[in-house]
Design a protein around this ligand. Structure first.
Ligand SMILES: *[C@@H]1O[C@H](CO)[C@@H](O)[C@H](O)[C@H]1NC(C)=O
Ligand SMILES: *[C@@H]1O[C@H](CO)[C@@H](O)[C@H](O)[C@H]1NC(C)=O
Ligand SMILES: *[C@@H]1O[C@H](CO)[C@@H](O)[C@H](O)[C@H]1NC(C)=O
Ligand SMILES: *[C@@H]1O[C@H](CO)[C@@H](O)[C@H](O)[C@H]1NC(C)=O
Ligand SMILES: *[C@@H]1O[C@H](CO)[C@@H](O)[C@H](O)[C@H]1NC(C)=O
Ligand SMILES: *[C@@H]1O[C@H](CO)[C@@H](O)[C@H](O)[C@H]1NC(C)=O
Ligand SMILES: *[C@@H]1O[C@H](CO)[C@@H](O)[C@H](O)[C@H]1NC(C)=O
Length: 425
């Protein structure tokens, strides 16, 4: 009874048949038309699955339209942008759907480079998915990619239930967004190189996609991935952020993972206190907040204060299993693509030791990794400090010069000192 409404069987079932898009018309989604101004996903019928979508293979395009509104003027060097709704697979391996936005560069290009950029939106409200939030808060990383002539795809990888932190779903939704973009016939060449990029909450779908790629999408060739502020164990993050300015992450990731398991979600919510300063009503207001809002409202709190059971809430088997399956990296597969991993040594949200162990383990399994540990800054600083290094590395992957510039097989671990911003510790 506490579950979010299941968007998969939303009331709006729009009759549908898919035809290959013709690049000159504005609405490719046969029979349905949409507002010319952007609407929040919860109010926009584009964000519903057509009947029978369950029977399409993962990655199938279910709807495709030119993105409404002014998106191409929000981002520099963008000639057009498209929303694609596609079939994917949830954390319980059942059919699901998600949306990605494909940005096409206006500067000359051969359509031979695709960046899948996983933006860290860290919200449990699907109305803060990047396909909508970017109209008012665009990410400069998208323009940075477009300015190099890359196609940039930004998936709403948390899906319609805004399942923040749900590794299995996020792996599938990221991989299927790439498949859908490749099917879209919007200017990418058949020998396109593909790279993934994400920081923090955006490194989760990026890394999980690499772990799942070999079993879930063996036909895909991913040429490389840049992973910043990597959280190899999200349960660790939940403990690290207690009482800090990052406290909302614990609440968001807990609810987010459990949206994929309705019975566990109901159990978790039923165990919250009903009165006192830390009660159920207060906790669940996060369901209608952006990350920026939740960051302020819940700063300094201890999520476990909301439960009579305290931190034991995570030990009930019904809760523990979803976290074990969805929040720890390196258990589902080995990334085949070369990685650029960058992390602040003083990261206070996800400890550098977790990333050291992640790198060591994957090196043993044969992944090629360049791992840079920055002596400067904390979690938020490295988002900025790492940006240029990540883009330069991604460029070598996407233009084919990686092998010659980074000829090392195996792993290179180095400490670097990059001081663009430093919060002062
Ligand atoms: C785009 O539209 C949004 C509202 O949808 C507005 O806030 C924003 O300023 C517009 N941006 C540009 C560059 O026109
Ligand atoms: C567009 O790309 C060109 C070429 O990379 C670059 O010089 C310019 O600064 C970019 N424009 C914006 C708005 O980023
Ligand atoms: C992926 O790369 C391999 C080896 O380079 C190649 O044989 C294969 O055709 C590629 N697959 C696709 C779908 O491009
Ligand atoms: C992940 O972190 C939690 C909390 O610190 C810990 O109990 C668990 O053992 C960790 N899992 C792995 C596989 O390291
Ligand atoms: C629940 O918590 C909120 C603060 O989040 C508070 O305003 C409200 O009074 C509390 N309700 C009860 C019944 O204690
Ligand atoms: C808050 O979010 C829930 C689920 O995410 C949704 O059902 C509800 O309509 C939202 N309420 C408001 C006031 O937006
Ligand atoms: C990097 O710094 C750590 C201290 O954080 C030190 O223990 C380690 O030896 C250094 N590694 C290299 C490769 O210099």
């Amino acid at each position: 009874m506490f579950s979010k409404p299941n968007a998969l069987i939303g009331a709006l079932l729009v009759a549908f048949s898919y035809a290959l898009p013709s690049p000159n018309s504005h609405v490719y989604d046969n029979g349905a038309s949409y507002s010319s101004t952007p609407l929040p996903p919860s109010q926009d019928p584009f964000y519903t699955a057509p009947t029978g979508f369950e029977f399409k293979p993962p990655g199938t395009i279910l709807r495709l339209r030119r993105a409404p509104g002014n998106l191409t003027s929000v981002f520099g060097n963008c000639s057009s942008a498209y929303n694609i709704l596609y079939r994917t697979t949830d954390s319980q391996y059942k059919p699901a759907w998600a949306v990605t936005t494909l940005y096409i560069p206006s500067i000359p290009n051969n359509g031979d480079a695709l960046l899948s950029y996983q933006f860290p939106y860290n919200s449990v409200d699907a109305d803060f998915s990047p396909s909508y939030s970017f109209y008012t808060e665009p990410s400069p990383d998208v323009t940075a990619g477009l300015s190099r002539g890359w196609f940039v795809s930004v998936p709403d990888y948390e899906g319609p239930l805004a399942s923040d932190g749900a590794g299995i779903l996020e792996a599938h939704s990221t991989i299927d967004s790439i498949r859908a973009v490749l099917f879209s016939n919007l200017g990418l060449s058949s020998d396109v190189r593909i790279a993934l990029w994400g920081y923090s909450g955006g490194a989760i779908p990026s890394e999980w996609a690499l772990e799942f790629q070999e079993q879930y999408a063996p036909e895909l060739n991913i040429s490389g991935a840049a992973l910043g502020g990597l959280p190899p164990n999200v349960t660790d993050v939940i403990f690290n952020v207690i009482g800090t300015i990052w406290a909302s992450h614990a609440m968001s990731a807990s609810l987010g993972v459990l949206t994929q398991y309705p019975a566990a979600y109901d159990f978790f919510v039923s165990k919250m206190k009903t009165e006192g300063p830390y009660n159920r009503t207060g906790f669940l207001t996060i369901n209608n907040m952006s990350f920026a809002e939740a960051h302020v409202v819940f700063a300094g709190q201890n999520m476990f204060d909301y439960f009579d059971d305290g931190s034991e809430i995570l030990q009930f088997p019904i809760i523990k299993t979803p976290f074990q399956e969805n929040s720890v990296m390196t258990y589902h597969g080995v990334p085949r693509a070369p990685l650029f991993v960058y992390k602040a040594i003083h990261d206070e949200v996800t400890l550098v030791g977790d990333t050291d162990a992640f790198v060591a383990r994957n090196c043993l399994m044969g992944t090629n990794i360049l791992y840079q540990r920055n002596t400067v800054g904390e979690h938020l600083d490295e988002f900025t400090n790492g940006d240029g290094r990540a883009l330069d590395w991604l460029e070598t992957v996407l233009d084919g010069s990686y092998a010659e510039k980074y000829s090392t097989e195996g792993c290179t671990v180095m400490n670097v000192t990059v001081n663009i911003v430093d919060s002062g510790t």
